[in-house]
Design a binder for this molecule. Structure first.
Ligand code: UGA
Ligand code: MN
Length: 323
């Protein structure tokens, strides 16, 4: 009886082992990503930015997040990282704006989102939002002093400077890394092609911006591959008659001009771009993108103020909902 049992056991043993090995192999397969690869991606390498090691300890008010839940293909080693600095402030449409932005940025390879809240502390809404955004990101905050919160004064000066400071601090010991900086306001509309264009910025690149300056578009005028003037309907006397959404700067230029910042002192509305660009480049040096500045790939859209006329003064609903 015993020997029969033994024989059966040894006949079954290899099969049991095969089943165990097959089960093991199956569970090691990577999980399917939550979001499938977009049908159009400016680069075929996926959103690998999250894999880069990020150093902690930037300016006092910041956190960095990496989305580790999804296995991603590794990025090509030399694909420059695009750093998008977005100032943002609390208002009824904020989460809607950030959602549109994240949906775009998520489709761009090797993009690091620097979201800077105009606030005394990081808000729960934005923190929660970023944690689920599925993007490599850094969450900073700095409040605009009350005296500057007036109509007619430039917006987001302190927030863009906080983004610049973080970038400089993070790269002070790793100068070789290629990167491109872009100021991405939270209410504009960005095509994916725009990121493909700005990725090859050597120093400072420029392109047209739609729906700005009281015209359908503004654009740098280009002759023989050089910027020679500006097509604009508003303050053509500006040294760089361009919106914040119309240029990108290489990380090298940001690092080699450590004092270049947005200034409050003496700054006028619409002059922030010129005041900043003057510190780091000249018109002759600009690199025209978007087919010699003949294509609109970004729009200066503005979301209309929402009508909350029927919003009750006190909480009436039975549940509390984040909007
Ligand atoms: C135009 C330019 O496109 C902006 O780049 C420029 O900062 C702004 O003018 C200006 O006057 O300084 P506009 O559409 O008029 O843009 O400005 P907003 O979109 O209202 O603000 C620009 C950015 O600053 C947005 O990302 C917004 O969220 C942020 N912001 C605005 C703050 O962080 N705090 C504020 O109090 C207001
Ligand atoms: Mn705007």
């Amino acid at each position: 009886m015993k020997s029969v049992l033994f024989t059966r056991f040894f006949i079954l043993l290899p099969w049991i082992l095969i089943v165990i090995i097959m089960l093991d192999v199956d569970t090691r397969r990577p999980a399917t990503p939550i979001t499938p690869r977009p049908y159009f991606s400016p680069y075929a390498v996926g959103r690998g930015g999250a894999r880069l090691p990020l150093r902690r300890g930037g300016p006092a008010h910041g956190t960095e997040k990496r989305n580790q839940s999804r296995p991603q293909p590794q990025p090509e080693p030399q694909l420059p990282t695009i750093y998008a600095i977005t100032p943002t402030y609390s208002r009824p449409v904020q989460k809607a704006e950030l959602t549109r932005l994240a949906n775009t940025f998520r489709q761009v390879a090797q993009l690091h989102w620097i979201l800077v809240e105009d606030a005394a502390a990081r808000s729960e809404l934005v923190s929660r939002f970023l944690a689920r955004a599925g993007l490599p990101s850094t969450h900073l905050h700095v409040p605009t002093p009350r005296r500057y919160k007036r109509p007619g004064l430039p917006r987001a000066t302190e927030q863009r400077n906080a983004g610049l400071a973080w970038l400089r601090q993070r790269h002070q010991h790793q100068r070789a890394q290629p990167g491109v900086l872009f100021f991405a306001d939270d209410d504009n509309t960005y095509s994916l092609e725009l990121f493909q264009e700005m990725r090859t910025t050597r120093k400072v690149s420029v392109w047209p911006v739609g729906l700005v300056g009281g015209r359908r578009y503004e654009r740098p005028l280009v002759e023989n591959g050089k910027v020679v003037g500006w097509y604009t309907g508003w303050r053509a006397d500006r040294p760089f008659a361009i919106d914040m959404a119309g240029f990108a700067v290489s990380l090298q230029v940001i690092l080699s001009n450590p004092k270049a910042v947005f200034k409050r002192r003496g700054s006028q509305p619409g002059m922030q771009e010129s005041d900043f660009l003057k510190q780091i480049t000249t018109v002759e040096e600009l690199e025209p993108k978007a087919n010699n500045c003949t294509k609109v790939l970004v729009w200066h859209t503005r979301t209309e103020k929402v009508n909350l006329a029927n919003e009750p003064k006190y909480h009436l609903d039975t549940v509390k909902i984040e909007v």
